[in-house]
Design a protein around this ligand. Structure first.
Ligand code: GLN
Length: 379
């Protein structure tokens, strides 16, 4: 069988969901909501089932979806996005990221990945034949060292992967940091593949900036995102790539042969969401701000040490006091004995990190309270 698949395991994030359901644990491992998507989207979904949306859409996405997306993103991304030339609609940002890697990388090319990183990037790099170069984000604030980053750029990478806001550490890159990354990308002629699926989940006083919007970056950024987190529809598998026509031309070919296209009825049903005004995104931000407070305060009350995310909906909790050899084993015991699902931190770090586990808090308040109640029995 294929040698390139020997370099990675199945996803531990998805495996922990299966383990959680096996033990009836409250699943705070794989990050997805247990609350409903917006009514406007659900209502449109009902209408769509009666309509003429059951066959393929255009390979790179339905026209009205791309138009609505271009309208939503052009302002914040600082570029008048052409829906006919600068967008590919994908099956989630999982496909978007994979297609982006295959669009830029030749076998043997190097790709810079910050560590900790979202689990998929390692496998994405290996599947596209590329070799990751890891650059550490240093706790507690997950800053990168400018010299370490420049040293990675000097190894002639093809691209840098930027997850902003970052899963799992919750970092929101500052304008100053993004400007530094952009200057290096231009100086060393490197693409940036941005994963911005948590673009609307950012806590005060932090602000998310699209790296594509920085001077000189439109031409070299492949912006990937998803509708999963913004509209609470992770099961719909809708994502997209936004980039220059030259990049999109290639990304469309990759996408076409990977999947042909994203689900046509679901593209149609989500359009009312893409047309929401700023109030929707503000209320989403407030909703997650309250959940963050509830969950972090709960961990504090139990006396469990954790990170404080600036964006996204994940918390890394320190399990050093429990003296386990393996964080994977700790998570298995936690799911079985305490009844709460988490992801072992080692899934996200290149460094040998064994003392962290990741929870997410994209759950109803009642679910979070139940998880905290169970966690209070952890000792
Ligand atoms: N991004 C989510 C997480 O990290 C889940 C993504 C997925 O499983 N496709 O848990």
């Amino acid at each position: 069988l294929s040698e390139r698949t020997a370099g990675f395991t199945d996803s531990v994030i998805r495996r922990m969901t299966r383990i959680s359901s096996q033990y009836g644990a409250v699943n705070l491992s794989q990050g997805f909501p247990d609350f409903e998507p917006p009514k406007e989207i659900l209502n449109r979904l009902k209408e769509v089932t009666e309509g003429d949306f059951h066959q393929y859409s255009i390979t790179w996405g339905a026209q009205n979806f791309r138009e609505a997306l271009a309208e939503k993103q052009s302002g914040p991304m600082g570029h008048e996005i052409d829906p006919d030339k600068e967008i590919v609609v994908t099956c989630g940002s999982t496909e978007a990221m994979m297609a982006a890697m295959m669009t830029v990388a030749n076998p043997g090319d190097k790709v810079i990945v910050f560590s900790p990183f979202y689990e998929n990037y390692g496998a994405d790099a290996l599947l596209s034949g590329a070799e990751p170069i890891y650059v550490p984000l240093h706790p507690p604030l997950f800053h990168f060292d400018r010299d370490e980053l420049e040293a990675a750029f000097q190894k002639q990478p093809k691209a840098l992967i930027l997850c902003n806001p970052s899963n799992p550490c919750g970092k929101v890159f500052t304008l100053e940091e993004l400007t530094f990354i952009a200057e290096l990308a231009i100086k060393y002629d490197v693409y940036v593949i941005a994963d911005e699926v948590y673009e609307h989940i950012v806590y005060e006083p932090h602000r998310h900036t699209y790296i594509a919007s920085l001077p000189g970056m439109w031409e070299r950024t492949i912006s990937c995102s998803s509708l999963s987190k913004t509209y609470s529809i992770t099961g719909w598998r809708l994502g997209y790539i936004i980039a220059s026509p030259e990049i999109i031309d290639v990304a469309r070919k990759v996408h076409d042969f990977l999947t042909v296209g994203a689900a046509a009825p679901l593209q149609e049903a989500v359009i009312p969401g893409l047309k929401f005004g700023p109030d929707y995104y503000e209320s989403l931000r407030q909703k997650y701000t309250k959940k963050r407070e509830l969950f972090l305060n709960g961990l504090d009350d139990i006396g469990l040490a954790h990170t404080v995310p600036e964006g996204a909906y994940y918390v890394l909790m320190d399990i050093g006091e429990f003296h386990y050899d393996s964080d994977l084993e700790f998570c298995e015991v936690l799911a079985r004995e305490v009844g709460v699902g988490a992801v072992p931190g080692s899934s996200f770090f290149k460094e040998p990190v064994n003392h962290l586990i990741r929870f997410h808090f994209a759950k109803k308040d009642a679910t979070l309270k139940e998880a905290l109640d169970r966690l209070s029995q952890i000792r």
